[in-house]
Design a protein around this ligand. Structure first.
Ligand code: GAP
Length: 451
């Protein structure tokens, strides 16, 4: 994890928040490359769960909501963790998350703890200019409630029939007692949540369906199967709204831990909001002409945890002559930079040719132009960014209008006409095996490799 954190900082993936002021505990900023990676993860999720499906619509609801929402949802009374304080050093810990080797004593100084107290994880603030009890609002601790309170709005405007889902990506906030492991657990994070509404009685099969879909999704991001597993919650672990729940866990450097929770929330939320708001949140079942309260299957994923899993899974170190090559084997869909254009030298005529190549590729892919330092160094830099393909323009390119495509994982090179670059790269990024090179293309031999 330490190596990953330092590489992420060095290459502009993720920085500590407010870095010049010494940071703020467990808050992180995504840098120029990290923001692209994160956007790609969110876009892949949105495409798979909203755009490519007929039974799903999206939403983008506000972070601040009427505080009654959180009374109805149970978060005001039940969204808490047990907090203990060391009587000697006064450090605070989550009582249910103490390392077993501490044997109930303070892991910091060995001191005794106070009795556990329930600590509510919601951040409070005030709405408007008066800071009194009547103006208290919360920063949402999950995006899900924005979906439930809009159930009738969506139903009335989209005319969806059961089963159907509503999806949302957005920031959530939790005043976690203990944070850490880089972006794994922070106090400000992003969630990608689906509330999938089904007929009561069909919930078990939809639960199984979504568990499978969600596992497939992580595979589509390039995460290896052997690093994913499913863990069913015991009855004593279930959240207050949950009838059953399974976690998709990832084998992070600190061990197996939750990447996503898939819960059967039953009719808990719609019923609670009906009771607290006095509004009808039922569905008119066309088959029986009866109003029913749908059950809900909720696949709830963390954007930051998915980014961390993608980073961990793609990180690699390989011996390379006397050195070590560090690289990310990102799946092309999530790679922050897809193609880098590297002129062999900064000489004017070569730069002009390389800039033309760059201009032709930039509208098609996230493309970088890099002409600083030696070609070897630039390849290494792109490896550390996880760029799947580098296009090298050399002096021969000026004569034969060809450029070299260098593959990140194998370091193999092919030489193709510049006019065929965009098409060839598009096919390669889509995972097509290029068995037949474009007309005039050649395998670029080891001894003729530039740089
Ligand atoms: N609406 C259900 C819900 O919020 P959850 O298991 O508490 O369920 C869902 O959270 C996902 O949100 C988790 O699996 C995790 O990926 C992410 N998540 C939760 N708390 C987090 C935190 N403090 N930091 C980063 N991600 C977090």
């Amino acid at each position: 994890m330490e190596k990953l954190v330092s590489l992420c900082q060095r290459r502009g993936f993720i920085f500590p928040s407010s870095d010049i002021y010494g940071g703020l505990s467990s808050c992180w900023d995504y840098g120029p490359v990290g923001v692209e990676l994160k956007r790609n993860v969110k876009e892949a999720w949105w495409r798979a769960n909203v755009r490519d499906r007929d039974d799903m619509v999206g939403l983008d609801t506000s972070i601040l909501m009427n505080p009654r929402v959180w009374e109805a949802s149970g978060h005001v009374t039940a969204f808490s963790d047990p907090l203990v304080e060391c009587k000697k050093c006064h450090q605070r810990f989550r009582a249910d998350d103490l390392p077993p080797e501490a044997e109930g004593k303070c892991p910091n100084c060995g001191g005794d703890f106070t009795e556990p107290q329930q600590f509510n994880l919601m951040f409070k603030t005030f709405i408007g200019p008066v800071e009194d009890a009547a103006s208290v609002v919360y920063l949402r601790p999950e995006t899900a409630q924005g979906i439930f309170v809009n159930f009738a709005n969506v139903l009335n405007t989209s005319r969806k029939r059961l089963p159907f889902g509503i999806a949302q990506i957005g920031k959530s906030f939790r005043n976690e007692i203990t944070t850490g492991n880089f972006i794994f657990r922070s106090r400000e994070f992003e969630q990608m949540e689906i509330e999938y509404f089904v007929r009561p009685g069909t919930d078990d099969e939809w639960f199984a369906y979504w568990t499978n879909e969600r596992l497939k999704f992580y595979g589509s991001l390039g995460i290896r199967k052997e690093n994913l597993r499913l863990r069913q919650h015991g009855q004593d672990e279930l959240a207050h709204y949950s009838r059953c729940c399974s976690d998709i866990e990832y084998n992070f450097p600190m061990g197996w831990a939750e990447l996503e929770g898939i819960a059967n929330r039953g009719d808990y939320d719609l019923k609670q909001h009906m009771e607290y708001s006095g509004k009808g949140l039922t569905y008119l079942d066309e088959a029986t002409n009866q109003h029913i309260v749908p059950y809900v299957i909720e696949p709830s994923a963390g954007v930051d945890r998915t980014v961390l899993a993608v980073l961990c899974d793609a990180y690699d170190e390989e011996p390379d002559k006397d050195e070590i090559r560090v690289l990310f084997h990102f799946h092309p869909d999530v790679a922050p930079v897809k193609v880098a254009v590297l002129p062999l030298s900064r000489k004017e005529n070569l730069a002009a040719c390389a800039k033309d190549v760059y201009a032709s590729l930039r509208p098609c892919f996230a493309t970088q132009y890099d002409d600083t330092q030696s070609i070897g160094r630039r390849y290494r830099r792109q490896d550390e960014l996880g760029t799947p393909y580098c296009v090298t323009v050399d002096f021969q390119s000026l004569e034969d209008n060809m450029a070299t495509i260098r593959e990140r994982d194998t370091m193999n090179q092919i030489r193709v006409p510049t006019a065929a670059l965009a098409d060839t790269l598009a096919k390669k990024l889509a995972g097509e095996d290029i068995l037949v090179l474009p007309e005039g293309g050649v395998i670029w031999k080891e001894e003729t490799k530039g740089g």
